[in-house]
Design a binder for this molecule. Sequence first.
Ligand SMILES: NC(=O)c1ccc[n+]([C@@H]2O[C@H](COP(=O)([O-])OP(=O)(O)OC[C@H]3O[C@@H](n4cnc5c(N)ncnc54)[C@H](O)[C@@H]3O)[C@@H](O)[C@H]2O)c1
Length: 389
Amino acid sequence: MSAASPLRIGVIMNGVTGRMGTNQHLRRSILSIRRDGGLEIAGIGRILPEPVLVGRNRVKLERLSRETGVEAWTDQLDRALEDPANRIYFDAQTTPLRAAALERAVEAGRHVYCEKPAAATSAEAHRIYRMAQGRGLKHGVVQDKLWVPGVVRLRRLLRDGCLGRILSVRGEFGYWVFDGRDAPLQRPSWNYRKEEGGSIILDMFPHWRYLLDNLFGRVRSVSCLGATHVRRRWNEEGREYAVTADDSAYATFLLEGDVVAHFNSSWAVRVRRDDLFTLQVDGTRGSAVCGLNQCRVQLARSTPRVTWNPDLEPSHAWLESWFPAPGAPPASGPFRTQWELFLRHVLADEPFPWNMLEGAKGVQLAECARESWRNRSWVDIPELAPDSG
Ligand SMILES: NC(=O)c1ccc[n+]([C@@H]2O[C@H](COP(=O)([O-])OP(=O)(O)OC[C@H]3O[C@@H](n4cnc5c(N)ncnc54)[C@H](O)[C@@H]3O)[C@@H](O)[C@H]2O)c1
């Protein structure tokens, strides 16, 4: 670390009193970087991000400020945007509010970074992409699952060709979300109201898009069946409401290279697997199953020879012929890792491919999946080019 005083960069954090804003982005990313003395960038020196807490509710902001020791807070976004020291705008508000706030930030000349989905529609996300590009501003969208330890280990196996030619991919995501009556709900109630931006398809398909595009090949088409399995829930105030958003989706994707991917996503399923999200990859030379933390592999030489005979007791303990994938876990959490990459992108112009255009592609996949569900048909995903729209 250089002994010189650090370069301070103001980061406006809008929606910071929410789950993601407080836990992942403020505490585990920005404050964690600050606790470690900042971020050292070669040729520039030590960078210290200075968060500015922004939200609608002054009581919550004041409480968060007290709890975290972050003194700068306001419920007036424009005030925060006026200060030239605040060079970065970050958004973790509920999804429908995102696009308008990002636009204000871009118009004020700020670099922008945001949670996924990048916007409520791909057209909005693409417009913000073009605006930011046109003004020479940096932009990025959270793609945290690329840096969870299990996926990092899987990427190493894929990079080294350990699994051979990839044939198919199966993602299983979900857990039981309580309805809020018999046990308190553990996700915000807006997630289950379409009119407020709720929908598991809009929430999770942006993740599936960047995982598939980055690990296996561009998603070319989708077939999706959505469902609202749990029809009534109780909100944060204990009031009953009708669920208007899908809470489950069963989707098949065709990728470049003829890889077939099938993902089940559900908030109405009980967990009987290694993790809340697992991804099985089958290739000609081996298979891997990764969760958020672990990744296990079975290579050709340890693949059991199976003989199908349901009249007999299982001949093999199937789970025992899988071995932990090698390699150390990443040094920091997934959200902090991506924040560091974004700060390097803004300050040192290092590459950052996880940008607004990629964010727009995530929303586009959700839109195509909904179209498939509505029309009961396969939908081809149009190429979202930088200058389209
Ligand atoms: N990357 C991930 O893995 C991941 C996980 C969960 C959520 N998210 C995304 O992060 C964003 C925030 O999600 P969250 O779970 O933190 O939500 P949350 O409800 O906990 O927080 C939402 C924030 O927006 C503010 N807000 C503004 N208008 C609101 C309204 N009408 N109703 C409720 N809140 C309102 C809240 O005050 C709060 O600060 C969403 O876009 C969501 O899709 C990402």
